[in-house]
Design a protein around this ligand. Sequence first.
Ligand code: CP3
Length: 346
Amino acid sequence: MITPLIVRALKNEVVERTPVWFMRQAGRHLPEYRALRQRHSFMELCYTPSLAAEVTLQPVRRYGVDGAILFSDILLVLDAMGAGVRFEPGPIIDRPVTCAADIDKLKPVDPHADLGAVQAAIKLIKAELPPSAAMLGFAGAPFTLLTYLLDHHGPRGLLKSRAFLLDEPALAARLLDKLATANVAQLAAQIEAGAQAVQLFDTWGGSLTPALWRRFAAPYARKVFEGLRALGHAATPMIYFTRGTAGLLGHLKEAGADAYGVDWTCDLAKARATLGAETPVQGNLDPAVLLSATADLNAEVAAVLKAAGPRGHVFNLGHGVDQDVDPARFQATVEAVRRLSEAQHA
Ligand code: CP3
């Protein structure tokens, strides 16, 4: 059986070239996605296995990236817990958490009953995915899910989340614990269905002070990873991604992942030096380079490869692909990573 290049890089093995995939590689920048999206709502795409599989595979077919990230959303689990999620087009939570009783009302997640479509999609994707490409599962990390459940994404949203952590630490802990338990169930089911690596998206973790991150983000991410290992999934590489990596570097390993996503504001060489050569990293090309019409792709890609070094690196953006990115720029970036990293590994 072939071990996909991404999995090998995430295990810090010597590889022949640096593998590449991009966060948000599926979705609105692709004309073939927009065509399907005209006929189906976003939720329909997520909850219909054949459609989710098709959208997942679109960027793999077009660009030959080394990983297929499941087409889904971090907020589906909140729907499964009974909070009610809609996209119009931004996310709306029908029943946000406002008090302790609301936390108690959240249902434990049974991934087979509630998210069966996700596992079914993974099985369809695996049947078509070239064995050299990795099937990547994901979930939203407890702290990032908390910010959505509390409906803190309007103006001053994350400021309110920080105030909540300060005012209601016990309630926050209860909610984060419940979300971490849901994450374990959700990711274990994805791995059992065929995911070969998983990423925990803590998109908003970096908006916390380092002290609050260490108290309310890292321990719950760690609980998710340790929970998965306790269920026998220690061999599946687990990635923690947050924005604002630079300010957290010295503490980042408290999240307990096997590898860390690094955003574009962080010096990747410094990230490697701080995390240590035994800890693989993923990132960190500025998403603006893809959006830009004139940036020198070869120079930008070469700088990332050089800062990372040839071992324990998965090439990615520092955050997601923007909807206005030209597919030709995406393609040229993937080709530059291939060409330049092969030379680097020769
Ligand atoms: O290609 C992929 O990366 C896989 C699919 C994926 C989506 N969302 C599809 C999506 C993944 C991994 C996510 C994760 C996600 N969702 C995150 C964490 C990653 C990140 O970007 O930091 C967050 C914070 C969300 C929550 C979310 N989903 C928001 C705020 C929105 C609306 C804003 C937006 O970007 O459109 C979504 C909707 C969403 N999720 C779309 C897609 C393709 C757009 C849906 C559409 O209208 O077609």
